[in-house]
Design a protein around this ligand. Structure first.
Ligand code: SAM
Length: 380
């Protein structure tokens, strides 16, 4: 199968950490919903040249373009041979190549990835390529997916992992750390879902240790954070200064002391116009056990909606606790489900009253007795 057309096309493979968030993130970054194979593989076909944007991803493991795919095990070698001989890979004399392979979701019975890679390597050698497994100019990647039962192959567009270096900058490495810090992967997915224009400002009205602000800084996104606790405000500033030492070119990040209930007023006073919000309220297991907590959350939603710059279609991501064990990570939460302190329909209704429409919900297991949910909403 030859895949060069007027569109930009690629096979995208998720890390497996959170397949349903992976698919939502890809839909946003490719600016069109990719076609789905199983849970972790997608085919993106867009008029938008998305390769640069994919480098921002928190969930992507592989991007192959040009690519081929098949379900036919019996003629697999012949199909790949045809694809290689069709000059899908951009050959120049002296160029080197490595063939890699990856089995996901258990791989496919009857296919030996290593043998297939050696077969491809020999074909490429016969076509004039130099084989170099250490630092090749081009990498041909073969993926055996046990869920969709497809074999995908193609030129690897991301050899440098989008999440390279994340281990070094986990929250515990920051000068100001508290166990409340948001997982950088979640902060990044949340920002990718919300950011519509990197020139506009995103707000975290309960910024804590600055997990969302730091991730925004790494995405070259201007951010504003607010927290009621002065220690958090100082700590977030300290973390941002620490990050600046590593990334000299980060955009300005504002941090203010204040109550998130007054978010619109605080931003007005500072003459800051925002374009979206990401926040993680201070709830443990029980989100809305008390009316006061529920009221605080809904007031914050209502007043973010009133903030200057939050127009129709602006986006928001927030997190709430849910009953553990009710939902996995392969599919988004859909339909009427009892989530513990509330049901999906009740939540949708409450959001509507504050000027937001929920467009996606994803369960985030934390540990045996705690789970959370990422809620993604549009301003209405
Ligand atoms: C779960 S933490 C946020 C963690 C943050 N995302 C991070 O990465 O560190 C919730 C934060 O909300 C703050 N907070 C609680 N009530 C608030 C309010 N009314 N206005 C602003 N901040 C508030 C708390 O001080 C706490 O820092």
């Amino acid at each position: 199968m030859r895949c060069i057309a007027e569109h930009v096309q690629a096979i995208l493979v998720g890390s497996g950490w959170h397949p349903s968030l992976f698919r939502s993130e890809m839909e946003i970054l490719c600016r069109k919903r990719p076609f789905r194979f199983g849970t972790r593989v997608m085919l993106a076909d867009s008029n938008y040249d998305f390769f640069e944007d994919l480098k921002r991803s928190a969930t992507l493991d592989e991007c192959l373009s040009p690519f081929g795919l098949t379900t036919d095990i019996t003629s697999l070698e012949a199909v790949i041979e045809g694809w290689i001989n069709d000059k899908n890979l951009d050959f120049e004399k002296g160029k080197s190549i490595a063939v890699r392979w990856l089995r996901i979701e258990g791989g496919i019975n009857g296919i030996n990835g290593q043998k297939l890679a050696i077969f491809c390597g020999n074909l490429l050698k016969n076509n004039g390529w130099k084989i170099d497994l250490e630092s090749p100019d081009v990498e041909l990647m073969i993926i055996l997916d046990g869920i969709s039962e497809h074999i995908f192959w193609g030129e690897r567009r991301i050899s440098k992992h989008p999440r390279e270096g994340w281990v070094q900058r986990v929250a515990t490495e920051r000068p100001f750390f508290k166990p409340i810090s948001l997982d950088p992967r979640l902060a990044r997915v949340a920002l990718n879902l919300v950011i519509r224009d990197t020139g506009k400002i995103i707000c975290d009205p309960m910024c804590g240790t600055g997990g969302v602000l730091l991730e925004g800084a790494l995405l070259n996104q201007q951010m504003v954070g607010i927290d009621l606790d002065i220690e958090m405000v100082k700590g977030t500033k300290e973390n941002i200064n620490w990050l600046k030492k590593h990334n000299l070119d980060i955009k300005l990040q504002h941090v203010f002391h204040g109550n998130a209930i007054n978010v619109n007023q605080i931003l007005d006073d500072k003459k800051i116009k925002i374009n979206g919000a990401v926040f993680d309220p201070p709830y443990g297991k029980n989100a809305w056990k008390s009316e006061r907590r529920k009221g605080l959350f809904l007031d914050v939603l209502k007043n973010i909606r009133k903030a200057n710059g939050i127009d129709f279609g602006a986006r928001l991501v927030c997190f709430l606790p849910i009953k553990p064990g009710i939902h996995g990570v392969n599919e988004p939460i859909k339909g009427e489900i009892n989530l513990g302190d509330y049901s999906t329909n009740q939540l949708k209704l409450e959001f509507n009253k504050t000027g937001w429409e929920i467009i996606g919900m994803h369960a985030i297991p934390v540990h045996g007795s705690l789970a959370r949910m990422l809620i993604y909403a549009n301003a209405i």
